[in-house]
Design a protein around this ligand. Sequence first.
Ligand SMILES: NC(=O)c1ccc[n+]([C@@H]2O[C@H](COP(=O)([O-])OP(=O)(O)OC[C@H]3O[C@@H](n4cnc5c(N)ncnc54)[C@H](OP(=O)(O)O)[C@@H]3O)[C@@H](O)[C@H]2O)c1
Length: 258
Amino acid sequence: MNQPLAGRTVVVAGSTSAAGAAVIRMLTQAGARVAAVDISEDGVQELTRAHENVVGYVCDLADPEAVQRLATAIRFDLGPADGLIHLVGGWRGGGGIQEQTDEDWEFLHTSVFTTLRNTTRAFYEDLATSPAGRLAIVSAQAASSPTADGAAYAAAKSAAEAWTLAVADGFRLHQEAGCSLPNKQSPAAVVFVVKALVDDRMRAAQPERKFTGFTDVTVLAEAVERIFGMDAADISGQRLSLTSGRLLGVPAGVLSVG
Ligand SMILES: NC(=O)c1ccc[n+]([C@@H]2O[C@H](COP(=O)([O-])OP(=O)(O)OC[C@H]3O[C@@H](n4cnc5c(N)ncnc54)[C@H](OP(=O)(O)O)[C@@H]3O)[C@@H](O)[C@H]2O)c1
């Protein structure tokens, strides 16, 4: 059986939330070595205790120098990165346009965008030259349907989407410079789109709530696994919706993979 993740090194940036735990479980089950990176030391330790193939790294991904040191350490410990799954998030907002505060913007810009910019720059060469290079972020429907209450959040997510699609273009140029056509081994950068995420703990805390339109973290984890087996030509530079409970936005033939 084809196992595109077997022996690959995948960096999960912002790894200790329910989404991170689900993604890491899926990646390790598929045979990947995972670098679990987070600002929370306790969370990272918990992940490394729970999985054999996970090495934990505590890093403030908003600090560009710390991220460069992190990339060097991961290359030394696990080899060059084949995947970067960026899961750092956070939400601030409410109160309409005039109430979108500088503090909230600073938080969102740093957490949503700067951490993505830092990590993609530090791992770009690894991903572009890997036989399975994959970058994925999780954006929100709010980026393309912004509300006044969530203006700063939508703007930060839009910036993250634009940066990710630009990375996809960088990968395409890199591929063309090597005179090869896109194939399964080409690097790819994708934007997953959700309305919101849900996990078992949230469901248990509010058993009466339906969480309509939410994406379970296990669906996100499956989508992350699947992009490693998909042709870059089918997915790179695309916004792939996960709002229906499965991966949408890729050609029908591709949906049957996995
Ligand atoms: N949750 C949703 O409903 C939803 C909706 C749309 C999109 N998304 C996106 O989906 C992804 C996962 O969502 P999530 O709610 O699981 O994310 P999250 O909890 O906001 O962030 C994931 C992890 O990143 C850590 N982190 C924050 N700042 C960091 C930094 N500077 N350096 C290193 N780690 C840092 C967080 O630690 P702390 O907990 O200590 O901050 C957390 O453990 C995010 O990109 C998010 O924007 C989520």
